[in-house]
Design a protein around this ligand. Structure first.
Ligand code: AMP
Length: 452
């Protein structure tokens, strides 16, 4: 009886493994990758990982022609037929052979391990279960204001976070112990990285800049990841052409994998950044992007190729609509399309803060939101806002201006809704001088014409 139970159990395990092998081989036709290509490989941008020439055979039989996938799928079907079993095999010597099963299963495992793939999603789950990544569950509610639907995320888990573990940044929760000297000296984005958080590396060919891609150690939004410079670069420095190019390439790669991400950069001491080492962050969203993107998409532009402002929101913001870029756009093309618009928005940020009478001295702070369609820059005056009724302090970063705010309790959510999101964002942003800037540009244009 015991033997029978063991046989039945092994049969089920073997059937399950083979069904998985068939399913994996099927996807292996579409996403062709030799799993071990990182051994001795070189990273290039664009192009990503270039496998070592030693593995040319495996590249041929997995990536160029899916021979291993076909073989593993056929093997999977054979094992299923044997274990199920199909009537023709019942009672035959093949059906009774344990040795044959062992050989077939080893061959199947050896085949699938060649094209096994780890996605960002599976790595996120693995990092979480290994204890390297802390996930803080939350609930999102929608709030209608200023002609769009805003997201308010209530994350009560952040009230109980142990001191010293900073689930910072996520919609602006900055650790209270930030001033702690030791915490200040510790740079979490300096290599070597925690292997379970380290997704991969990138190298920008034109500038030689190297980046690490890391999962956010303290995640509130699943699959939140960061692009960090390998060498220390200050977070209050503007994005450089290669930062923009690599960020956009990652957004394009996500789109290719049928995922919709947007990127953000908190620049300067009042922007909501908690780390001083340059890092650009990526969040997965629904198809139509973060809430603010709906307003940007709805904006009817008289002329393309010029910055504009979302006038329905009460704070200064500068937006640029990007031309449609294909998945195969080269870094040179991307640099041309992204960098000058970014500079023109940055000029506007500087002009806006200059018009602001009591703007804090020092380098201006601002938030950057980058989607596949728009670049948004929002000048910042303060990092935090204190809710009048509750006295609770909300730290706001780019996510707040993307339309995704976060609070630590339902009471805070109600107070925020009552006080209005616009009041909070105006409180930490800067008064818009868009009309003046538009008038200024036309005055300049007039000056130029009269000078000719
Ligand atoms: P910010 O607060 O905008 O500067 O973003 C910094 C982000 O880095 C926050 O979302 C943190 O949760 C995250 N973070 C902090 N330490 C680490 C770490 N060791 N590895 C990965 N992400 C981290």
């Amino acid at each position: 009886m015991g033997k029978l139970i063991w046989h039945e159990l092994s049969r089920y395990i073997s059937l399950t493994a083979s069904v998985y092998a068939v399913w994996a081989s099927f996807w292996g036709f579409f996403f062709r990758k030799f799993f071990w290509d990182f051994i001795g490989g070189i990273l290039r941008s664009p192009g990503g990982l270039q496998p070592s020439p030693k593995f040319a055979l495996f590249i041929n039989v997995i990536v160029k022609y899916p021979i291993v996938q076909i073989g593993t799928m056929a093997l999977g079907f054979i094992i299923i037929a044997l274990e199920y079993p199909i009537p023709i095999l019942k009672g035959t010597a093949i059906f009774r052979s344990i040795a044959l099963r062992v050989v077939l299963l080893i061959m199947q495992a050896a085949g699938t391990v060649l094209f096994y793939q780890v996605s960002l999603h599976t790595q996120f789950e693995a990092a979480q279960s290994s204890g390297d990544l802390f996930f803080f569950p939350s609930e999102v509610s929608k709030h209608e204001e200023l002609g769009t639907e805003w997201e308010i995320r209530v994350c009560t888990a952040l009230q109980k976070k142990p001191a010293g573990s900073p689930p910072a940044g996520e919609a602006g929760i900055t650790p209270s112990d930030q001033a702690d000297e030791t915490a200040k000296k510790y740079d979490p984005f300096a290599p070597p990285y925690v292997p379970n958080l380290h997704v991969g590396d990138l190298r920008d060919e034109s500038s030689g800049t190297e980046y690490g891609v890391l999962l956010n150690k303290y995640s509130v939004v699943p699959h939140h990841f960061l692009l960090v410079t390998k060498e220390f670069m200050p977070q209050n420095s503007p994005l450089l052409p290669h930062d923009l190019v690599q960020t956009y390439l990652l957004l394009l790669a996500a789109r290719k994998a049928r995922k919709n991400y947007f990127a953000f950069y908190n620049c300067g001491s009042n922007s909501g950044a908690s780390q001083s080492h340059k890092h650009i962050q990526f969040i997965e969203v629904e198809d139509d992007g973060p809430p603010i993107e709906r307003l940007a998409k709805a904006a009817n532009l008289e002329v393309s190729g010029k910055p504009f402002s979302l006038s329905s929101v009460g704070y200064a913001n500068h937006v640029y609509r990007l031309p449609t870029l294909s998945n195969g756009a080269s870094p040179e093309q991307l640099e041309q399309v992204l960098f000058l618009p970014f500079l023109s928005l940055l000029d506007l940020v500087i002009s806006t803060v200059r018009h602001s009478p009591d703007y804090p001295s020092g380098t201006p702070s601002y938030n950057v939101i980058l989607t596949l369609e728009h670049i948004h820059l929002i000048p910042r005056r303060w990092e935090t806002y204190t809710l009048r009724e509750l006295g609770a302090t909300l730290s706001v970063n780019s996510l707040g201006f993307a339309g995704m705010l976060m609070v630590k309790s339902d009471t805070e959510r109600q107070a925020l809704e009552q006080e209005k999101i616009e009041t909070v964002l105006r409180g930490v942003g800067v008064e818009s001088v868009h009309e003046l800037q538009v008038a200024g540009t036309s005055m300049e244009a007039m000056d130029e014409t009269s000078a000719r």
